[in-house]
Design a binder for this molecule. Structure first.
Ligand code: ADP
Ligand code: MG
Length: 238
């Protein structure tokens, strides 16, 4: 892979991740390279077990690759102590995971505020404004258990966007949502990309693949070549 370009918000170079359990060794990622530009939406698809979640965790700095390098907003996030990765993630990366990113004892509003408190200085948008942007202004004081599935997804998105990240990473964010809510969440992801965010979304959904500018297909921990356009992916179900 050639040098990073200025428009790249996210780059991964030759990522490897091995999981060891006794004598067994699973290679979850085997030399994955990718780049996502500012304003670009990339969908990552592939069968169950192909390494999608492992890839996303390495890109987010939640996990350390066994080899290779990840850069976000021009800064290396891989191969650093966990506390430094957490700081860089809070500054530059929004993460939406299947297990939700909300603390159960805090309201939607306080969950967004908590995420903002991880970064010094005044946030670009207030917590209330962020909830309004995802259509949850009227539910700001609700606790996560008082929210519906679709509302939880939107609150999670508000948390992911708390610090106006350069990179937004989502792991099957619309997995449990009905069609209308899925469309809304995908539209919100597109809006972020239109504002210059680099969006990477792991998905099984045909709808999510259609909104992507580009599709990356993983198989056995490797990028399958020649699958760069949404219309070329015949079957995205794993
Ligand atoms: P996907 O998200 O595409 O379904 P994953 O990234 O979750 O795939 O998993 C890729 C491979 O790595 C699978 O074989 C899985 O069993 C293995 N794996 C993932 N996480 C761990 C872990 N913490 N310990 C051991 N093996 C793991
Ligand atoms: Mg997964």
């Amino acid at each position: 892979m050639t040098a990073e370009r200025p428009e790249d918000a996210l780059t991964a170079r030759e990522l490897y991740r091995f999981f060891r359990a006794g004598e067994e060794e699973t290679p979850a990622l085997r030399g994955v390279s990718l780049r996502v530009r500012r304003g670009e939406t990339v969908a990552v698809v592939g069968p169950s077990g192909s390494g999608k979640s492992t890839l996303l965790a390495c890109l987010a700095g939640l996990d350390e690759p066994s080899g290779g390098e990840v850069r976000v907003a021009g800064v290396r996030i891989s191969h650093r102590p966990e506390s430094e990765r957490a700081r860089l993630r809070a500054q530059h990366v929004g993460v939406l995971l299947q297990s939700r990113n909300l603390l159960p004892h805090l309201s939607a509003l306080d969950n967004v505020r908590l995420a903002q408190s991880a970064v010094r200085g005044r946030p670009a948008a207030s917590a209330g404004r962020l909830l309004e942007r995802v259509g949850l202004g009227h539910r700001a004081q609700a606790l996560p258990r008082q929210l519906s599935g679709g509302e939880l997804a939107r609150a999670g998105l508000a948390v992911a966007l708390a610090n106006d990240p350069a990179v937004l990473l989502a792991d099957e964010p619309t997995g449990e949502l009905d069609g209308d809510t899925e469309r809304l969440v995908l539209e919100l992801l597109r809006d972020r990309a239109a504002d210059g965010c680099a969006v990477l979304v792991v998905t099984h959904s045909g709808q999510a693949v259609r909104i992507a500018d580009r599709v990356i297909e993983l198989h056995d921990g490797q990028v399958r070549e020649g699958t760069s356009r949404p219309e070329e992916v015949a079957d995205v179900r794993g």
